[in-house]
Design a protein around this ligand. Structure first.
Ligand code: NDP
Length: 329
């Protein structure tokens, strides 16, 4: 573990409250401030977690910080990232990196110009089950992958049924599908080229559910299903290779959870998993990148590719046609 950074929290959010404060502290970081659009909410948050400063102003929050964690609503990510980079801070931004690809490009360019890290909280890369799946693929245990099926439907709890269901940046695709896409790129070490998708669930905007197929080339495709309104059951991920198959259950949440079974010619094998907090692992990776130049697990570019692919999925579902995914250099 590396020496922790001084962090400012931008957004008095549920994810910061439920996961990130503990993750930063577990990784040795020191949280010096929380910013909220509502001073009372910032003060309540600061009191609950014994933070030294609560403020409505980003500039004040970052005054003694090395890094910011942005977990505001999706539409605010770009402007807050640009402002934080301008003050010299490294930025860990929540997903989706932005709600518009031009904004994502501006964020990446600004981080490059400032010589600061821009990372995106695609925490599923750090789930121990997903690390094991990637290792199995790389070591050839299932032969050549032919298909991946991600089932990421769940029930969106009542307290999160606000901005996710109306306004800019709302809808299932920028909420869950971006995670699926980033995870697929991580597991397959490959970028999707086009997408075909269809919305499902109740009529009206924004969509609550989507199913789609990503084309990774002539011999590899991936299917995803995301839903806000599917109670019961658990998430699932299956990787089908020409010499074996990996089946993971309950691995797509933020919990350090999930099981993995390898099926091959010698039968099913339950693989042992050493679980750890994926968010703490992500913060540790970020701090090592800031301190020692270690490679960042999910960079701004990774976030932008997930966004470009998600926007192509929305276009495909809206137009009813296969859509090419915009390339990012
Ligand atoms: P919340 O709705 O809890 O918080 C988002 C913003 O809403 C906060 O910054 C806050 O604004 C405002 N807010 C919070 N509570 C209230 C309230 N009671 N009344 C009015 N406004 C409130 O969102 P989430 O924590 O679920 O998501 C935040 C971001 O994190 C999103 O971008 C989301 O996509 C992402 N996310 C990522 C996850 C991951 O695993 N990577 C998991 C969950 C979310 P203010 O700061 O101004 O007070």
């Amino acid at each position: 573990m590396t020496t922790g950074l001084r962090w400012a929290l931008i957004g008095a959010s549920t994810i910061a409250r439920e996961r990130i404060v503990a993750a930063i502290r577990a990784a040795g970081g020191n949280i010096v401030a929380v910013q909220s659009g509502n001073l009372e909410r910032a003060e309540a948050f600061a009191a609950d977690f014994a933070l030294p400063l609560a403020t409505q102003h980003l500039a004040e929050a970052v005054a003694n910080a090395d890094a910011v964690y942005i977990s505001s609503t999706n539409a605010q990510h770009c402007a807050q990232t640009l402002q934080a980079l301008d003050t010299g801070c490294h930025v860990l931004c929540e997903k989706p990196i932005a709600i518009d690809l031009a904004d994502a490009r501006r964020m990446i360019a600004a981080a490059g110009a400032a010589g600061r890290i821009l990372a995106v909280n695609h925490h599923l890369r750090h789930n121990a089950v997903h690390r094991k799946i990637r290792d199995c693929i790389v070591s050839g245990q299932i032969g050549t992958p032919r298909a991946v099926i991600i089932s990421n439907a769940g029930w969106l709890p009542g307290h999160l049924r606000g901005w996710r269901l109306s306004g800019p940046g709302a809808g299932i695709v920028l909420d869950k599908t971006v995670h699926d896409i980033d995870l697929l790129r991580f597991l397959l070490a490959s970028d999707p080229r086009s997408v075909s998708a269809a919305f499902s669930g109740p009529n009206g905007e924004p969509p609550h559910a989507i199913m789609g197929i990503l084309d990774f080339g002539p011999t590899l495709s991936a299917q995803f299903h995301d839903d806000f309104d599917a109670p019961f059951g658990q998430t699932r991920l299956e990787v089908i290779g020409d010499a074996g198959r990996l089946i993971a259950e309950d691995c797509l949440s933020g919990r350090p959870a999930g099981s993995l079974t390898l099926h091959d010619q010698s039968g099913p094998h339950i693989l042992s998993i050493a679980h750890h907090d994926p968010y703490a692992a992500l913060i540790d990776n970020f701090q090592q990148a800031a301190r020692n130049g270690a490679p960042i697990a999910a960079s701004g570019r990774d976030g932008a590719i997930a966004l470009a692919t998600a926007l192509a999925a929305i276009q495909s579902a809206t137009t009813g046609s296969r859509t090419q995914i915009e390339n990012l250099p």
